[in-house]
Ligand binder design. Structure first.
Ligand code: NAD
Length: 249
């Protein structure tokens, strides 16, 4: 018996990076995977690869979020795991003195409001089942801030962390665990794009990581699979750092 045997897992941002690696890992561990993404080609490819279901959704749109869980439930009969992971990187100059209100709002919408919507509409399924595991992707910057001027991004991830703590406490007695995943820098298209614009930033980051390298997405997926599984049955409302030691340095 595998750890996630027949659990129904909905993963947002499953077409790329951490979401894609987690879709692969969940499928290996026996889950039925619903791959959600705004980008149809990559999301559909991921679903095809893991033998799961693709649902195109914009996680900032409440109707889309409602529909993605309904599709998961109608197809597979439950919603056991919600990995609320879709997100975007900071705008180009994200210092508080430069970031405009529209750029700020966009980052909050995609990185934070989406997690509110995904939790709000996953929890009722889990309440009816009397169990469930929600993992929300925050970031190490939610815990320690960032010296590289990314105020809208850091604030959005701080919100994800605080929301996860509150929901973890609030729904614990109903068998629903909620945790914030806090990755350090991970070698994904999101990070590659950021560093392509500012190569020095990559070097600055690297020197602060005690393990001396960026994470591979599969290393983050391993932590998500743990949090999703019964191996993490006593973990809720936590910040789960997978950061190569960066927050402790
Ligand atoms: P990525 O860009 O490789 O993948 C993000 C996916 O989310 C893409 O497939 C994209 O199409 C999808 N997406 C974006 N907006 C969406 C929307 N509105 N609706 C549905 N799907 C949408 O990024 P990644 O590096 O895998 O990042 C995943 C998460 O991890 C993000 O929340 C990111 O902030 C967080 N994170 C990343 C790092 C890192 O270094 N890569 C570190 C800490 C946290």
């Amino acid at each position: 018996m595998q750890r996630l045997q027949d659990r129904v897992a909905v993963i947002t941002g499953a077409g790329s990076g951490i979401g894609l690696a987690t879709a692969r890992r969940f499928a290996e561990e026996g889950a039925k995977v619903v791959c959600v993404d705004l980008d149809e080609p990559t999301g559909a490819k991921a679903a095809d690869e893991v033998g799961g279901l693709f649902v195109r959704a914009d996680v900032t749109n409440e109707d889309d979020v409602v529909a993605m869980y309904r599709t998961a439930f109608d197809t597979y009969g439950s919603v056991d795991i919600a990995f609320n992971n879709a997100g975007i990187s900071p705008p180009d100059d994200d210092s508080i003195l430069e970031t405009g209100i529209e750029a700020w709002r966009r980052v909050q919408e995609v990185n934070l409001t989406s997690v509110y919507l995904c939790c709000k509409h996953a929890i009722p399924y889990m309440q009816r089942q009397g169990k469930g595991s929600i993992i929300n992707t925050a970031s190490f910057v939610a815990v320690m801030g960032s010296a590289t001027s990314q105020i809208s991004y850091t604030a959005s991830k701080g919100g994800v962390l605080a929301m996860s703590r509150e929901l973890g406490v609030q729904f614990a007695r109903e068998g629903i665990r909620v945790n914030a995943l806090c990755p350090g820098p991970v070698n994904t298209p999101l990070l590659q794009e950021l560093f392509a614009k500012d190569p020095e930033r990559a070097q600055r980051r690297l020197v602060h990581i005690p393990l001396g390298r960026f994470a591979e997405a599969g290393e983050i997926a391993a932590a998500v699979a743990f949090l999703a599984s019964d191996d993490a049955s006593f973990i809720t409302g936590s910040e789960f750092l997978v950061d190569g030691g960066i927050s402790g340095a």
